[in-house]
Design a protein around this ligand. Structure first.
Ligand SMILES: [Ca+2]
Ligand SMILES: [Ca+2]
Ligand SMILES: [Ca+2]
Length: 161
């Protein structure tokens, strides 16, 4: 069966809210470069810059779909390697790659077929603002707590399947 794209996009848009407290904690652990427990915008910008350079394999300043998906597949292989059942591993791989393709389309805002540094940074900033629940321009433990409280108060129940 073919996956309706709009549904997939909708799922992606709702996903951050659904797993917000967990994903904010993960965001901090991944993006806190100096290890002070908080992520500033400058820190995220630097991190994204490094990431962009790493993914931009041919160093032309653009991320092609091949570069983007290739880099993702490499990381994904390590993760799904833990799944013992080969059939389940294959399914998970297919599912994640489909999502990565959708993400590429979302990142490529002007539909030029590649992601520019600006588009990559803009997506990072959107992510930052999503995690910065109290809008104090840093993402830290306070934002994790807020996300957790919202979850407990059932404010995210609308995304439940
Ligand atoms: Ca930091
Ligand atoms: Ca490139
Ligand atoms: Ca904050």
């Amino acid at each position: 069966m073919k996956h309706p794209l709009t549904l997939t996009l909708l799922g992606l848009a709702l996903l951050p809210a659904w797993a917000a407290s967990h994903s904010t904690a993960l965001f901090i652990s991944e993006q806190d470069l100096n290890g002070d427990g908080q992520v500033t915008q400058a820190e995220l910008k630097l991190g994204r810059e490094v990431e962009f350079t790493r993914i931009d394999f041919n160093a032309d300043g653009l991320l092609s779909e091949t570069e983007y998906l290739g880099e993702f597949e490499g990381r994904l292989m390590q993760r799904v390697g833990k799944i013992v059942d080969p059939e389940k591993r294959h399914e998970e791989l297919q599912r994640q790659m489909r999502q990565a393709k959708v993400r590429f389309g979302v990142l490529d805002t002007d539909r030029s077929g590649s992601i520019t540094r600006e588009e990559f940074q803009a997506a990072g900033l959107r992510m930052f603002q999503l995690h910065d629940r109290n809008h104090d321009d840093v993402v830290d433990e306070a934002d994790v707590r807020l996300a957790e409280e919202e979850r407990k108060a059932g404010k995210e129940s609308f995304v439940a399947p």
